[in-house]
Design a protein around this ligand. Structure first.
Ligand code: PGA
Length: 253
């Protein structure tokens, strides 16, 4: 079965409440109640409940940008899977490079968060990707192979359908320097072939691998036409409804 394309918007630390509601409404209206493409938006934590309201009746799913691995307790500032689910989230992004590199998240932390999320039945968008220095030193494949392996170690057969990988080269995020479709395809194929040798063809072929890093309406078509690019995780261009909807359209909606 061909993999369904998936486009997710990562709003990061942007939008006021009014902007978030307007953006969510415009995307919900543009996508409608059914779509050939899976679509999700990931607003900041304080806006999740309000955005969930405006998405009602549409096929746009809600996601969070991060989660803590513990279920509750003395973890000041953190948010649990239970809270996210109650706020209406189906998805959660785990291991975004901004969390790994700016906030110092380790592979172990990413592993624990990912496992907590799938154990709670949430869908996870696991971000992996190399920095510019790592690419220049020919370490790129080693880096994202390590990130994929460590995050996904111990995933059970029932949990695999909850996993989405986003390949996001750090040098392409927010820089306007999109990876070429060929660079993205090579990385995605590498990840898929490693998953295949570790977990078998069925799991590797079913798993969506998104590309992220300066995806725009102009670059989306070329990227999404690659056989192993199953959609995009979009930052900057997800903050403008018309641009985000054009990217969803490029994915085949
Ligand atoms: P960008 O961000 O599209 O602004 O490069 C992508 C991401 O960080 O997920």
């Amino acid at each position: 079965m061909p993999r369904k394309k998936f486009v997710a918007g990562n709003w990061k630390m942007n939008t006021t409440l009014a902007e978030a509601k307007a953006l969510g409404s415009a995307i919900a209206q543009g996508v409608g109640s059914s779509s050939k493409v899976d679509v999700a938006v990931c607003p900041p934590f304080p806006w999740l409940v309000s955005v969930s309201e405006v998405l009602k009746g549409s096929s746009v799913a809600l996601g969070a940008q991060d989660v803590h691995n513990e279920a509750k307790g003395a973890f000041t500032g953190e948010v649990s899977t239970g809270m996210l689910k109650e706020a209406g989230c189906k998805y959660v992004i785990v291991g975004h490079s901004e969390r790994r590199h700016i906030l110092g998240e380790s592979d172990l932390t990413v592993h624990l968060k990912l496992h907590a999320a799938v154990e709670a039945g949430m869908h996870v968008i696991l971000c992996v990707g190399e920095t510019l220095v790592e690419r220049e030193r020919n370490l790129a494949e080693r880096v994202f192979q390590r990130q994929v392996y460590s995050a996904l170690a111990g995933i059970t057969d029932e949990q695999w359908p909850l996993i989405v990988i986003a390949y996001e080269p750090v040098w392409a995020i927010g820089t306007g320097r999109t990876a070429t479709p060929e660079q993205a395809q090579l990385a995605h194929l590498f990840i898929r072939s490693k998953l295949q040798s570790m977990h078998g063809e069925k799991i590797a072929n079913a798993l969506p691998i998104l590309y992220g890093g300066s995806v725009t309406p102009e670059t989306a078509g070329g990227l999404f036409s690659q056989p192993d690019v199953d959609g995009g995780l979009v930052g900057g261009a997800s903050l403008k409804a018309d641009q985000f909807l054009a990217i969803v359209k490029a994915a085949g909606a």
